[in-house]
Design a protein around this ligand. Structure first.
Ligand code: NAP
Length: 246
């Protein structure tokens, strides 16, 4: 088991990529903190982690609310005494072309996707510094590398995540803490629900592998990066897109 006894906090773990990551970490022996907004989804993920043989606790916390994140980290430390890995996965889209995008749409996406990553990392970093070890993993996107039509807000947030991650890789590397980001392509989760079917089919056509990705394929990459096998990977941006951008 690659993550035996490691303690991992995963945000947005109620469904989609976050849920798949929580279950993968559980299978690899980690103790998992399932963070999300909706109690029913959290309970479902906690149950799946336990069925995979792991210890898991759920935590309702909004990544916009530093106080609730600090409480989550306190609960984690009371329970297991350490935090080995944070997966900054929670994220949303609110798409519109620039001329139609409201300030509210811009701010909401930036608050969750960018400031939320800052908040969660702030909440764990003191403990990781005390431990002189830790891994901070971040969900960016291929949109955070190349931009995308209708996604001014999302692109800004995902470029920003990469910028913060590279800064943390520089600031924290000597303290035994690694930071990395994954840029998924198009992965079959609810986040794609707003896309018309014909657009999704056209996207699939563009992927050299001819299909969308599965949440588990991102989860596997997070698990590798969280493990000691990735001990010299720091500041990396790993695209997992089936080759969409080549
Ligand atoms: P998803 O299925 O929509 O799941 C997102 C999760 O984040 C949901 O469980 C949601 O909770 C949670 N969440 C939203 N706002 C939150 C907040 N303020 N505080 C805490 N949790 C919050 O999305 P996904 O496809 O798994 O995406 C996961 C990450 O990968 C995101 O950062 C996304 O930008 C990134 N990504 C996804 C794709 C893709 O194609 N799927 C591609 C590139 C990057 P509720 O269910 O309670 O609302």
């Amino acid at each position: 088991m690659r993550l035996k006894d490691k303690v991992a906090i995963i945000t947005g773990a109620g469904r989609g990529i976050g849920q798949a990551t929580a279950v993968k970490f559980a299978r690899e022996g980690a103790r998992v903190v399932v963070c999300d907004l909706t109690p029913e989804w959290i309970d479902q993920t906690v149950t799946l982690c336990k069925e995979a043989g792991a210890e898991a606790i759920g935590c309702v916390a909004d990544v916009r609310d530093l106080k609730s994140l600090q409480a989550m980290v306190k609960t984690t430390l009371d329970q297991w005494g350490r935090v080995d890995c944070l997966v900054n996965n929670a994220g949303i889209v609110m798409d519109a072309q620039l001329k139609n995008m409201s300030e509210e749409q811009f701010d909401r996406v930036l608050d969750i996707n960018l400031k939320g990553v800052f908040n969660c990392t702030k909440a764990v970093v003191d403990r990781m510094l005390e431990q002189q070890s830790g891994v901070i993993l971040n969900a960016s996107s291929i949109v955070g590398l190349y931009g995308n039509f209708g996604q001014t807000n999302y692109a800004a947030s995902k470029f920003g995540v990469i910028g913060m991650m590279k800064t943390w890789a520089r600031e924290l590397g000597r303290k035994g803490i690694r930071a990395n980001a994954i840029c998924p392509g198009f992965i079959a989760t609810d986040i794609l629900k707003s896309m018309p079917d014909r657009v999704l089919r056209a996207l699939e056509e563009k992927v050299p592998m001819g299909r969308l990705g599965q949440p588990e394929e991102i989860a596997n990459t997070f698990a590798f990066l969280a493990s000691d096998e990735a001990s010299y990977i720091n500041g990396a941006v790993i695209e997992v897109s089936g080759g969409l951008t080549i």
